[in-house]
Each structure stands twice: as C-alpha cells, then as structure tokens.
Design a protein around this ligand. Structure first.
Ligand code: UD1
Ligand code: CA
Length: 429
C-alpha cells in the first residue's frame, strides 16, 4: 500500500435520512455522496483507499466497483469501523487519512494542505477543523489555555461551556498508523450508545504526551456532514454554486445561477450564455458562443458545437448537435446526430424508442425540419432536405438530400431549391 492510505467510513445506517438506501449513495447533482469523497481523496494524491461499508454494503459494492471495500459486520461506531479497515492493513506503518463518507464538500486541496501540515509537524494526528456559526450536532474541538488540542467532545456529551465552542471536528484526520491502532485499543465503548468513538483517540494520544495538530479550513461549508435530507439539499446548493462559479470564471454567462442546475464535469465554451431554469446533466459538452435556455434540459451524452441555440422546453438526450444549428422551442431530440446549420422547428420530436430499442435519427447539414414534425427512428434526413410542418416521417423512409417531404406519412413533394425564400430567410436570422 502506498503511503498515505485512506480509510473512508461509510458503514452507517444514515437513520436520519429515513431511507432504504445507504446514506452515502444518495446523490448530489446526479453523483453519489461517497463518489465526491473518493474523488477528493484520489485528487489529493491518495491512490489506496479502503471503504468501510455496512448497512446496504451490496449496493455500495455495485456503485464502487473499482474500490476496495471491507464490511463492518456490526455498526459499533466510527472507531470500530477504522479497526475493521485496519485488519486489511496488517504491516502498514505509514500515515492514514480517515475521512467520513458523508462529507462530500471537502476539497482535494484541503486534504493535501492538511497532509502537508501533518508531515512537516511530525504530529501523531492532525485533525481537520472548521468554525461554524451553528456547531450543533458536531464534535467540538477542546483546547487548553495555550491553544493546544486536548480532545474532541461529541454533541451528546458536551457540557454548557463546551456547547458554545464553534470549532468542530470535520471527521477527517491524518494519523500515524501505529499510534492510531494503539489508541483505538484503549478506547472504551460509549456508555449510552455502546459504540467505539474514533474521536476518543484524541484525548488518549494527548494523555500519552503525543503531539496533536489541527488544520482549520477557511471554508466552513467543507465541514458539512450529510445526516438529513436538509443537509443534502444544502450540500447540493453549495456544490451547484461551486460549479457555476468555475464556469463563470471560464467565460460562461449564467443569467440566473440560482435557477440553473449544472452537474459536475460539464464543459462549456466561452461566450456561451446559459439562461434561467436550465438543467445540464453530467458529461455534457457545449461549445462557444451558444445560447442555452431558458427552461432547457440537456441530459447525459450530449455534445453541442459552437454558436448553437437551444431554447425553451427543449430536451436533448444522447445527441450531438453541429455548429450553427437552432432548436429553439418545445422539442425532444434523443439518440440523434444533428449536423451543422440545421433548423429544428418548434415541437419537433424524434420518436427514438419503439418499446424495445433506442433508434437513431440522423439529420444532415442544412436540413430544415418544420414545426411539429415527428421523425420516427431509425431515420435519416439528408443534407439540405426539408420536412414540412406537421409531417410524420416513418422509420427507415430516409429523406434524400435536398428533397422536401410533407404529410402523414410524409411523401416526397418536390426538390428543395437553393433559392428557396425560406432558406434565405433562415440564413439571415
Ligand atoms: C461524526 C464525529 C463527529 C464529527 C462528525 C462530522 C464520531 C464519533 N463523531 O459524528 O465528531 O463532528 O462526524 O461529520 O466519529 N460509521 C461507520 N460505522 C459505524 C458508525 C459510523 O462506518 O459504526 C461512519 C458513518 O457511515 C459516517 C461516519 O462514520 O460516514 C460518521 O458517522 P455519523 O454517525 O454520521 O457520525 P456523526 O454523528 O455525524
Ligand atoms: Ca455524519
């Protein structure tokens, strides 16, 4: 195992979520909470991570196929969870990062800074802390009159003086392996909950005269542990804000960040404007100079070129749109490949699903689809072809390039003339 190793605690039931699903599999912008934690750990340069699963561990295994997972058979507390992982770390003697699987807002940068401080100070343990205006529910950091950390007191055990302490335990720590497990051996189960609290190791190490360090994050949002669906909504808002901020700094205009939902990993080119109430899901790529929205939904596996307009109540799914194309109102395009300079009229629908298969629609460069057209896939509309308003184009009845089809079912009407008034008008727009 490569030093440092991470232990991610994710066995808890998440009782306060009131869910049949393990808490850490609930999603923030389409991505499970635990993935955020795992990604931050990996991005901080830690390649060896052990995930401690318990409640719903089969589901966790399904989601984290690539991860090393150990199962905590009985949920006997965070300390017991670390011991469970410890059994998979027999002769390991480096540093161990312990992190809660329910803290999705911790940044890789913060973990890296904390590890650096841990290394340079030579401390037995370095604790990540944050200062919260409302610390209720979190473990409080106890310091002596010189400011040195002497322990962590959990909410339930805090007295009135400790309750007002606003510096809290984020639940992320870096320990020297041997000292962690030695201290854990000395932790007695909590009287009420019968759990082994990992947090009790801190005062044990302190009493042994070991050096305890802390690293304070300047961003209190990083500390948020998702315990309830209210925490989940708050974390989603924070994550959404971070994503929007990064895009805006990269040259994207977001008209109304509050009503815009952009999932992690979306790429958007500069001078593109995202208008209000738009949802853009994972992995979508949008070029430069586009206008998207208001009220657009772009689902995964969509790639959009430059200078494209996608307007209100348009849904795109598994679709490629070439540069300079327009899909301005009320359309659904799924499993489609749209060329360049294509105009999709209002209300155009690709009927991509026949009850068994998802079929492809290809619309080549310069084609013009009239309002309310239904294109039954698999179908190809040739370059510069035109589909009349309200037409239904049956599957496998490809429209030859440059031809006009109309009707239900659509039949070839005539050849589209390049001098067609409508084409000229369309180009001027
Ligand atoms: C914990 C900390 C608290 C800290 C807070 C930060 C302890 C005792 N307390 O409290 O100091 O401020 O996190 O969010 O650690 N888990 C297991 N197995 C168990 C019990 C828990 O794997 O038997 C995991 C949970 O899945 C969770 C993490 O440990 O990811 C923390 O457990 P949780 O019950 O959420 O602890 P908190 O009360 O939030
Ligand atoms: Ca928690």
């Amino acid at each position: 195992m490569k030093d440092p190793v991470a232990i991610i605690l994710a066995a808890g039931r998440g009782t306060r979520m009131r869910s049949d699903m393990p808490k850490v599999l609930h999603t923030i912008l389409g991505k499970p909470i635990i993935r955020y934690v795992l990604d931050s750990v990996n991005d901080a340069g830690i390649s060896d991570a052990i995930v401690v699963a318990g409640f719903g561990h089969e589901l966790l295994r399904e989601e984290l196929v690539e991860a090393k997972i150990v199962v905590q058979e009985e949920l006997l507390g965070s300390g017991d969870a670390v011991n469970t992982a410890g059994r998979a770390l027999k002769d390991y003697s480096g540093d161990i990062l312990v992190i809660c699987g329910d803290t999705p807002l911790i940044r890789a940068r913060t973990i890296r800074n904390m590890l650096q401080k841990h290394k340079s100070s030579g401390a037995s343990v370095t604790i990540l802390t944050a200062k919260l205006s409302d610390p209720t529910g979190y473990g409080r950091i106890i310091r002596d009159d010189k400011g040195a950390v002497t322990g962590i007191v959990e909410q339930e055990k805090a007295d009135l003086c400790q309750e007002v302490i606003n510096e809290i335990n984020v639940g992320t720590y870096c320990f020297k392996a041997a000292e962690l497990f030695e201290a854990l051996d000395a932790v007695k189960p909590d009287n009420k909950k019968k759990e082994i609290f990992l947090t009790d190791t801190i005062s044990i190490l302190k009493n042994k005269g070991k050096l305890i360090e802390s690293y304070l994050t300047q961003d209190p949002d990083e500390a948020i542990g998702v315990n309830t669906r209210i925490d989940l909504a708050y974390s989603t808002a924070v994550m959404k804000g971070r994503i929007a901020k990064e895009l805006m700094l990269g040259g994207v205009t977001i008209e109304d960040p509050a009503s815009t939902v952009i999932y992690p990993g979306v790429k958007i080119g500069k001078d593109t404007t995202i208008r209000s109430n738009t949802v853009i899901e994972a992995g979508v790529e949008i070029g430069e100079g586009c206008t998207i929205g208001p009220f657009t939904r772009i689902r995964p596996k969509v790639s959009i070129g430059d200078n494209v307009e996608v307007g209100n109540f348009v849904e795109l799914n598994r679709t490629t749109v070439g540069s300079d194309s327009k899909i301005k109102h009320h359309s659904y395009l799924g499993d489609a490949v749209i060329g360049k300079k294509v105009n999709i009229g209002a209300g155009t629908i690709t009927a991509n699903y026949d009850g068994k298969n998802k079929n492809k629609t290809i619309i080549e460069d310069g084609a013009f689809i009239g309002v309310g057209a239904v294109l039954i896939a698999p179908i190809k509309i040739g370059a510069m072809a035109m589909v009349g308003a309200g037409s239904v184009v049956p599957k496998n009845h490809d429209v030859p390039k440059g031809k006009i089809v109309v009707g239900v079912p659509a039949r070839i009407y005539k050849k589209r003339k390049p001098a067609d008034r409508r084409i000229k008008k369309n180009r001027r727009e």
